[in-house]
Write a protein that binds this ligand. Structure first.
Ligand SMILES: [Zn+2]
Length: 222
C-alpha cells in the first residue's frame, strides 16, 4: 500500500469554558486537588493528549453514523467503506486490509500567547493559572451538598496549538477522508472535550484552521 501524501491540519483549540482532561492519580499531591488535569511531567504545563481529541472525534462520529457496537466498543468492522475504521483504525481487528490508521493527532501544547498570560498572572501575586472547581453531589432528601471533590480545570480563555497529520494512501478518497475529519472536529466543537461535559466543562472552539497552509472553516459557525 503506497503512501501518496501527508496533509497537515493546524489550528488552535480555544477553551470557551474550563477544560478538564484527567491526569494520573499517582501525581496527586498532599493538599492538592482530587481530580488533577494532565500535565507535562517536566514543564508541569497542562496539555491536550492527541488520544483525547482523537477519541472524542471518533466516538461522536460513531454515534452520528450508528457505528457503536452492541457491546459499546469502538467500530472494528474493517470494511472497505467504513470511514471510522479507515481513518481511525479498526478497533481490535487484526485481519483487515485497510492499511495504517490515516489520522495522527499530535498532543496539543499551550499556545505561546496563553503561556505568556499564565506567566504574567503568576508573577503578579502567585495567582494559580489553573482553576479549582468544587463538584458536589446534592442529597435528594436533605438538599445538602455531599462528598465535595475539587476538580482542576484549565481556565476558560486558554488556547492550545493543534496539529493533525492525515496520511493519504493510493486508492483513498482524499476528499471523503478530509471531510470526515472536519466533521469530527465540528462534532467535538458542538459537544465537548475532556471530562464533565454535561456539567459545563470542555466547550472548545477550533480557530485559525488551515490545511497545508490554506485557511478553512468547519461550517455551521455563528
Ligand atoms: Zn468500521
Amino acid at each position: 500500500m503506497k503512501l501518496k501524501k501527508i496533509k497537515v491540519i493546524k489550528g488552535r483549540i480555544f477553551c470557551e469554558t474550563g477544560l478538564h482532561i484527567g491526569g494520573s492519580q499517582d501525581e496527586i499531591e498532599i493538599g492538592g486537588v482530587d481530580l488533577p488535569v494532565i500535565k507535562h511531567p517536566i514543564t508541569k504545563e497542562p496539555y491536550i493528549p492527541g488520544s483525547s481529541l482523537k477519541g472524542k472525534m471518533r466516538s461522536t462520529l460513531e454515534r452520528k453514523y450508528d457505528k457503536v457496537t452492541n457491546k459499546g466498543e469502538p467500530c472494528g468492522c474493517g470494511k472497505e467503506d467504513c470511514l471510522i475504521c479507515r481513518v481511525f483504525g479498526p478497533h481490535k481487528n487484526t485481519s483487515h486490509s485497510l492499511g495504517p490508521t490515516r489520522i495522527l493527532v499530535r498532543d496539543s501544547k499551550l499556545s505561546q500567547e496563553t503561556r505568556n498570560e499564565y506567566n504574567e498572572l503568576a508573577v503578579k501575586g502567585g495567582v494559580l493559572p489553573l482553576e479549582n472547581k468544587t463538584e458536589n453531589i446534592i442529597n435528594r432528601l436533605k438538599g445538602t451538598a455531599e462528598h465535595p471533590r475539587s476538580l482542576e480545570r484549565v481556565p476558560a480563555g486558554s488556547k492550545f496549538d493543534m496539529e493533525i497529520a492525515v496520511q493519504i494512501f493510493e486508492g483513498d478518497n482524499e476528499q471523503d477522508i478530509i471531510d470526515f475529519i472536519k466533521e469530527g472536529l465540528l462534532l467535538v466543537q458542538e459537544t465537548y472535550l475532556g471530562g464533565f461535559g454535561s456539567r459545563g466543562s470542555g466547550k472548545v472552539k477550533f480557530q485559525d484552521l488551515t490545511i497545508d497552509g490554506e485557511a478553512f472553516t468547519l461550517g455551521r459557525e455563528n
